[in-house]
Design a protein around this ligand. Structure first.
Ligand code: CAA
Length: 697
């Protein structure tokens, strides 16, 4: 007998066990129909005298992955999740949650409100709400500590990580881990429960296990440091503390109230925006969603330098064999050593087993010829940034590759059209612009050229996701999107020094805004010689003021190469601690004198506005030119590539929060102060302001 309760939840009976099946693709989110369907399923269980227990199982790729994020913007329609949870918790017959894929957020809360939980090997559970700037609002903070203990619950709720089914079993969150047919295992489990007397086991009846109250304050301090600027992780500590001191019903009401308040907070709006924008970025403008990516199971990388090594590690990490091509055996040997070092570091930190390190390294082969790569699906060239050198590599690749193999360039500023045009087969050419260190940085700027085949674009995007990156498709543009915008911030940071600001003032303002590091401390980290080389590559195309703003060259000439030489914009002690160096004041004074600038007092507001709005203005031009498809893509680039605080939603979202009329007024002001050529508002900003709109409408 199968009765359709609601479109997304159906109930069938197997002997004296009801099986409620949730089917709400793609991730079985708790949309209104699922909430209503689950409640009706419990009613059916209660009304059916023969039924002695119920199993909740999900169709498709996963158990319930949480509340339906798309409903957050609309008024919620009853029944709310709290009612579902109360109904499950109040059931008079045992209910068993059968978990596969991921039981997340409200999904785990549903499972926690059941009497028992069994999980498929390889599945995961978590309360990731904090990543959306909220916290569990339907009993998660109340029930999880009762099963897993306060310390474990606090870690999961304040950081939002997922743990494996096995870990969850060990911590008491799930009762059994099974492999094979989950539904059959859940029914067998239910039969056992019935045979044992159909005992109910309400998590809400359990006491909070004893714990050391000191962990609350230790966690608070650690979270404040690790998640600087984020509100929800700290509220999580307060909430858990409250739960340990408060009766269940009252704690559930207070938890719900807190979640509701967080949901309307600016941080939650910004974090939800980034969540949606990262997924939207996977949809490639002009490429139909039905276009299938090409298979990539074997890769070659040309160029065993810093970028090539990091990129190789990315592929080895996901089990894809890599052939690394270099000019000399020595260069290749040192690349292999460096890649080994990356893994040894992970082994030392305990995040990788020795066996896994060996498995990954065994997937790496090296060669100085192109002969053996006829069977690879993708080649990434990461050789020196010189057009003729890259063109030579392309010609060699064209000679040996299969016709359907993809050539991706890791160039960061060369013309993608010129590179693509140098291949006999331009449809197979695209850009995959990784950021240094490539094995760590999440941003992947995928670049499209005019002739790149749609399935090549689909492949670089899908591959980005497989690599665990945040891929964003961009178009032809000098420096693409990330570095083109960064160059404007760099310019302003330098001009601000000429105008009278100090490196420490600029760094302080930008870190107070939420960047993890200021531009000058970052330059010291990267190395002044690297900064000078990057400047030299672009200097011919710079404005006269920029050309003469050669503070970086002066630092190099003074031997101040940054952290590696013990001094750059700052001076460093033996522990690497930076401090102000009067010698830099003198160097800047000399520069200003020579260039005819008189230092003036610069406000923090001016520093922030010039650095941020110069980028936003450039981004508006990028959008108008079509080099980025959507403002959300730019927000994904900046939050994943340069540490723009996710809780502010990225530069475009932030500009909308400030208000575009205010942004335009500031641009007008700085156009007068610094120069029209640097701050004239972009046409898109003018248009949007005239229409009373923002980047997001
Ligand atoms: N609600 C609605 N749609 C969701 C969703 C959710 N909670 N989670 C994911 N989706 C959608 C995505 O938008 C995407 O849709 P499109 O294909 O249309 O873009 C699709 O599901 C697939 O998502 P992913 O690309 O992320 O797929 P994945 O396989 O890489 O990852 C996942 C799956 C692990 C479930 C991941 O999507 C995820 O982490 N989702 C968010 C989970 C979450 O935060 N849950 C808590 C929500 S808040 C809550 O539950 C508490 C509360 O009551 C307030």
């Amino acid at each position: 007998m199968t009765e359709l309760l609601a479109k997304t939840v159906s109930v069938a009976k197997q002997g004296n066990i009801l099986v409620a099946t949730v089917n709400n693709p793609p991730v079985n989110a708790l949309s209104h129909s699922v909430r209503a369907g689950l409640i009706e399923a419990v009613w059916t269980l209660e009304d059916d005298a023969e039924a002695r227990a119920m199993v909740i199982v999900c169709e498709g790729r996963t158990f319930i992955a949480g509340a339906d994020i798309h409903e957050f913007k609309k008024p919620m329609v009853a029944p709310l999740l709290g009612e579902v949870i109360d109904t499950l918790d109040g059931a008079t017959k045992p209910i068993i949650a059968a978990i596969h894929g991921t039981a997340l957020g409200g999904g785990l809360e549903v499972a926690l409100a059941c009497s028992y939980r069994i999980a498929l090997e390889g599945s995961k559970v978590g309360l990731p709400e904090v990543k959306l700037g909220i916290l569990p609002g339907s009993g998660g903070t109340v029930r999880l500590p009762r099963l897993a203990g306060v310390e474990q619950a606090l870690a999961m709720i304040s950081e939002g990580g997922q743990i494996s089914a096995r870990d969850a079993r060990e911590k008491g969150i799930v009762d059994e881990v099974v492999s094979g047919d989950l539904k059959a295992a859940a029914i067998a489990f239910a039969e056992k429960v019935i045979a044992d007397g159909a005992r109910l086991r309400r998590t809400s009846d359990l006491p909070v296990p004893a714990f050391d109250p000191a962990i609350l304050e230790t966690s608070r301090a650690a979270l404040a440091k690790k998640y600087k600027g984020f509100k929800a992780p700290l509220v999580a500590v307060d909430l858990i503390k409250m739960v340990t001191e408060t009766p269940v019903a009252e704690a559930i009401a207070l938890e719900y109230q807190t979640c509701k308040e967080l949901l309307v907070s600016p941080q939650s709006k910004a974090l939800r925006h980034i969540f949606a924008a990262e997924r939207e970025a996977l949809k490639i403008d002009g490429v139909d969603a039905t276009v299938k990516p090409r298979n990539v199971s074997k890769v070659a990388i040309v160029g065993p330098g810093t970028m090539g090594r990091g990129i190789a590690a990315c592929f080895l990490n996901i089990g894809i064999p890599v052939t690394l091509i270099g000019l000399t055996d020595e260069g290749l040997a040192s690349a292999v050593k460096a890649i080994g070092k990356i893994y040894e570091g992970s082994v030392k930190r305990g995040s990788l087993s020795t066996e896994e390190m060996e498995r990954r390294l065994a997937l790496l082969t090296t060669t100085t010829t192109y002969d053996g790569i006829g069977d690879v699906d993708l080649v990434i060239e990461a050789v020196t940034e010189q057009l003729d050198v890259k063109k030579e590599v392309f010609a060699k690749l064209d000679a040996v590759l299969r016709d359907d193999a993809i050539i991706a360039t890791n160039t960061s500023f060369l013309d993608i059209e010129e590179l693509a045009g140098s291949s006999k087969n331009p449809v197979r050419v695209a850009g995959m612009h990784f950021f240094n260190p490539a094995n760590v940085m999440k941003l992947l700027e995928n670049v499209r050229a005019a002739k790149t085949a749609p399935d090549v674009l689909a492949t670089t995007t899908a591959l980005g996701k497989r690599l665990g990156k945040a891929p964003v498709m961009v178009g032809r543009s000098e420096g693409f999107v990330a570095n083109r915008m960064l160059s404007k911030r760099t310019r302003e940071a330098q001009f601000l020094l000429e105008d009278g600001a100090t490196p420490q003032q600029v760094d302080r303002v930008l870190t107070a805004f939420g960047f993890p590091i200021g531009p000058f401390a970052l330059a010291d980290l990267a190395g002044m010689d690297i900064m000078a080389a990057a400047r030299a590559a672009r200097v011919a195309r710079m404005s006269p003021r920029e050309q003469q703003c050669n503070i970086v060259d002066r630092l190099v000439a003074a031997g101040r190469l940054g952290q590696k030489s013990g001094a750059g914009y700052y001076v460093y002690d033996e522990n690497g601690k930076a401090s102000h160096d009067p010698a830099v004041d003198e160097l800047l004074d000399a520069h200003r004198k020579e260039r005819g600038f008189t230092a003036r007092a610069i406000t923090d507001e001016e520093i922030l506005e010039r650095c941020l709005f110069a980028m936003v203005n450039e981004a508006a031009r990028i959008l108008d030119e079509g080099a980025a498809a959507r403002p959300g893509d730019i927000d994904v680039i900046w939050t994943n590539g340069f540490g723009f605080p996710t809780y502010l939603g990225g530069p475009m979202f932030y500009a909308d929060q400030v208000g575009l009329p205010k942004v335009k007024a500031a641009l007008d002001k700085y156009a007068g102060l610094v120069g029209d050529q640097y701050f004239k508002p972009a046409a898109l900003i003018e248009r949007l302001v005239a229409e009373g709109k923002g980047f997001y409408g």
